[in-house]
Ligand binder design. Structure first.
Ligand code: AMP
Ligand code: MG
Length: 341
């Protein structure tokens, strides 16, 4: 299959979205930019189209998808019940990086929800995404547009390298601003629970609906996560990644890099702008947690492209905002290789 790349540089290019939007409504797969990461979209009400997503990504069928909408009024079409806390969150944080889980209606196909009686819904804030969704006129099921297991794509080039030849359209709208997947909150139980940390923080949520819990599985690997996708390894680069935290992280990274390079292992470092660490490859991700989040997945992919065999990521942020989401993703990618010093 030939993959058509459509570049959108400004609102003037929005007319270039019509063909892909019509194809999307008719059952084709379209990868598109969002503020979190790039999504791989299909008409959520078309079972055949949705099943193509799982094939293109190699995604396990027990991992449900997020349905993307452009108007809060579309929720009623998908949700059996919208609790007041769910409504308050939608009104406050949409459009934006928050996914709200509600009881689903029958019309939502089983392949979207992996057979669960709930559905995950989000309204993205990226203007290109909203325009595409509006033009298609349908709710769009979309997981991240990567091959399952790889870091989520934050640029159209990442999508191209994973899915070229497998899907008919990729919309290029530039780099994703947040760079990590959305916060997922379940509102279907007695107490709302954060199943995945992301761009909207626990504190921001609590300011709107009062105290919320994290899914205990986020901190206890012996528990089964309520979001099926959280049980997978995810986000991993080919290289062996180790995360280094704490006051002496830079010195420790320098020591480890030296040893690694002496063993003739191609060694990369991911760190902040102001660090100087000697390694075969160094990728700097800015000086704030927000910039680190936005650059992390691209850095992991770039390290693979450079041929790094081992990566040390120096993580100087220990706050509980977007930092929680960074730690969640990078710890998973490191599969337990974490050095605290
Ligand atoms: P992705 O779109 O690849 O970022 O993944 C979406 C995340 O939301 C995965 O971790 C899913 O398991 C989770 N998710 C989607 N729908 C539901 C649902 N109905 N209940 C719980 N988790 C869900
Ligand atoms: Mg994903």
């Amino acid at each position: 299959m030939e993959t058509k790349l459509i570049k959108i540089e400004s609102k003037k290019d929005f007319n270039k979205l019509t063909e892909a939007a019509e194809a999307l409504a008719d059952g084709a797969l379209v990868a598109f930019p969002t503020e979190t990461v790039y999504g791989l979209g299909a008409n959520a009400l078309n079972e055949n189209a949705v099943s193509e997503i799982f094939k293109a990504k190699g995604r396990p069928s027990d991992n449900p998808l997020i349905v993307h909408i452009f108007d809060i009024g579309q929720v009623e079409m998908l949700a059996e019940e919208i609790k007041p806390c769910a409504k308050a969150l939608m009104e406050k944080f949409w459009p934006g990086p928050l996914t709200v889980i509600v009881k689903r209606k029958e019309c939502v196909p089983d392949c979207v929800t992996a057979g669960l009686d709930t559905v995950a819904i989000r309204m993205p804030s990226n203007e290109v995404a909203i325009k595409l969704l509006k033009l298609s006129g349908v709710p769009v099921a979309a997981p991240s547009a990567n091959t399952s297991g790889k870091p989520s794509p934050t640029k159209a080039s990442h999508v191209y390298s994973d899915l070229n030849g497998k899907i008919p359209y990729i919309i290029d709208g530039g780099a994703s601003k947040v760079g990590l997947e959305s916060t997922v909150i379940d509102t279907t139980e007695d107490e709302p629970k954060i199943l995945r940390p992301g761009g909207i923080t626990k504190k921001q949520i609590e300011e709107v609906i009062g105290s919320v819990l994290y899914d205990p599985a986020l901190s206890d690997p012996s528990k089964t996560p309520k979001a099926p996708g959280m049980k997978y390894k995810h986000y991993a680069p080919k290289a062996e990644l180790t995360v280094i935290l704490g006051e002496k992280a830079t010195e420790e990274a320098q020591k480890l890099c030296k040893v690694s390079m002496e063993e003739n292992i191609k060694t990369g470092v991911i760190c902040c702008e102001n660090e100087e660490i000697f390694a075969d490859f160094i990728i700097k991700c800015g000086n704030s947690a927000e910039k680190y989040a936005a650059g992390l997945f691209a850095a992991l992919r770039e390290m693979d492209d450079l041929g790094a065999e081992r990566i040390y990521a120096v993580l100087p942020f220990d706050g509980d905002g977007i930092e929680t989401a960074i730690r969640n993703r990078i710890f998973k990618a490191a599969a337990g290789r974490i050095v605290r010093c």
